[in-house]
Design a protein around this ligand. Structure first.
Ligand SMILES: *Cc1c(COP(=O)(O)O)cnc(C)c1O
Length: 417
């Protein structure tokens, strides 16, 4: 970053952020560390080019090489996910979902999706989001006892409400999703089936979680979560929806695509097509299960009592040492002081507000990228439990901070950069 040194404010902040990432444990389940190759493609001269339109049908000259970049990215996306059609221009997960709704729905059409505080995403019908403002979202929830979704209940809601689209795929749900059953329900009521696999795409291509393809009508995913690519998204769909989806992305919603990011997506897909990536995805889940077991053995209550994915949701109301609503943020702040970076999150049937939620969300995808395994998860699980179970002990946080630092040094992210 020699040239960036001439911009000392930003240079020093990037350096500090680099140091923060190297010296803390990233346990936010939506984050990861992309490869150096992904970073290089992202920072390349491709960012200088306008390429409105699609390969071979551009509104600007000078796109000979850009066309090939985008065609290669499309081919790799189709191969990786076994999809009929791929649009790789979506700027991020939220605009990808917006493009799908624009393509396949009319305003105020009825959509069936998961309740936000039970694991759905903002773009799945939240009242403060465009989705909830423009479309008529109705909700399903997890069961109170098991904290898992009941497919029979979802089928009944679908039969009663006859939505135009049924959405699965979540943002804070630790358990396996039965995409086949979701698709069957959609077909039985003549609805479009959509799966938003933003969180678990990396697990799906690793065969660590069942895939919604090839049967689901439309699939959206970010590329920067478990998939470990650049910040962005893609839309996959059946051929019969291809034209509408492409038109909704451009010119419907976006102008010039970010071709540097599109190239970085191709690099990410190439990495994910390698056999090593399957080991990576499977290790993410093994690590999450090891972490979940450790936390539970230390009297930390987990939503649904465990995980099948990369994601764990701690229920602080039913964790004995806390036992009250609204402590998610306090715990997340305490963990951060010890070098463990997480996020406060609502839990199903949370009695507190989204601004003061009662849960903490954890994930293992970034730590697994650092080559950490079950042993490290046992160690980290004990640290997390210690801090939660002794929330007023400030000295303990500092002690754990030093141990975390040591652990980070043994598992560097970007060696020799
Ligand atoms: C992260 C996420 C998104 C949004 O992605 P952004 O890139 O943050 O816009 C959409 N849906 C789900 C399920 C997600 O987890």
């Amino acid at each position: 970053m020699e040239n960036l040194k001439e911009h000392p404010e930003i240079y020093s902040l990037i350096k500090k952020e680099e140091e923060r990432q190297e010296t803390t444990l990233c346990m936010i389940p939506s984050e990861n560390y992309c490869s150096k190759a992904v970073k290089e493609a992202t920072a390349s001269v491709l960012m200088n080019k306008y390429a409105e339109g699609y390969p071979k049908k551009r509104y600007y000259q000078g796109n000979v090489f850009i066309d090939d970049v985008e065609l290669i990215t499309i081919e790799k996306a189709k191969k990786l996910f076994n999809a009929e059609h791929a649009n790789v221009q979506s700027l991020s997960g939220s605009p990808a979902n917006m493009a799908v709704y624009f393509a396949l729905l009319n305003l105020n059409d009825k959509v069936l999706a998961m309740n936000l505080s039970h694991g759905g995403h903002l773009t799945h019908g939240s009242k403060v989001n465009f989705s909830g403002k423009l479309y008529n979202f109705i909700e399903y929830e997890v069961e109170k006892e098991t904290e898992v979704i009941d497919m029979d209940k979802i089928r009944k809601i679908a039969e009663l409400e006859k939505p135009k689209l049924i959405l699965s795929g979540f943002t804070a749900y630790p358990r396996k999703i039965d995409f086949k059953e979701f698709d069957d329900i959609a077909k039985s009521v003549n609805a479009i089936s959509m799966a938003d696999i933003s969180h678990i795409a990396g697990l799906i291509v690793s065969e660590a979680h069942p895939s919604p393809l090839p049967f689901t009508d439309v699939i959206t995913t970010t590329t920067h979560k478990t998939l470990r690519g650049p910040r962005g998204a893609i839309i996959l769909c059946k051929e019969k929806f291809a034209k509408d989806i492409d038109k909704a992305v451009f010119p419907g919603l976006q102008g010039g695509p970010h071709e540097n990011i599109i190239a970085a997506k191709a690099v990410c897909f190439e990495e994910a097509l390698k056999p090593e990536f399957k080991d990576y995805g499977k290790q993410i889940v093994k690590n999450a299960k090891a972490l979940a077991e450790t936390l539970m053995s230390e009297n930390i209550k987990l939503v649904s009592n465990g995980t099948d994915t990369h994601l764990i949701l701690i229920d602080l109301i039913r964790t004995k040492s806390i036992g009250k609503e609204g402590f998610g943020k306090d715990v997340a702040v305490a963990l951060e002081e010890a070098g463990i970076v997480t996020n406060a999150n609502s839990i199903p049937f949370d009695t507190s507000t989204p601004f003061k939620p009662s849960g903490v969300r954890l994930g293992t995808s970034a730590l697994t990228t650092r080559a950490m395994k079950e042993n490290e998860m046992l160690e980290i699980g004990k640290y997390i439990a210690d801090i939660i179970n002794n929330l007023s002990d400030l000295e303990l946080r500092q002690k754990i901070r030093n141990k975390v630092l040591n652990l980070c040094q043994n598992f560097p992210i970007y060696k020799n950069d």
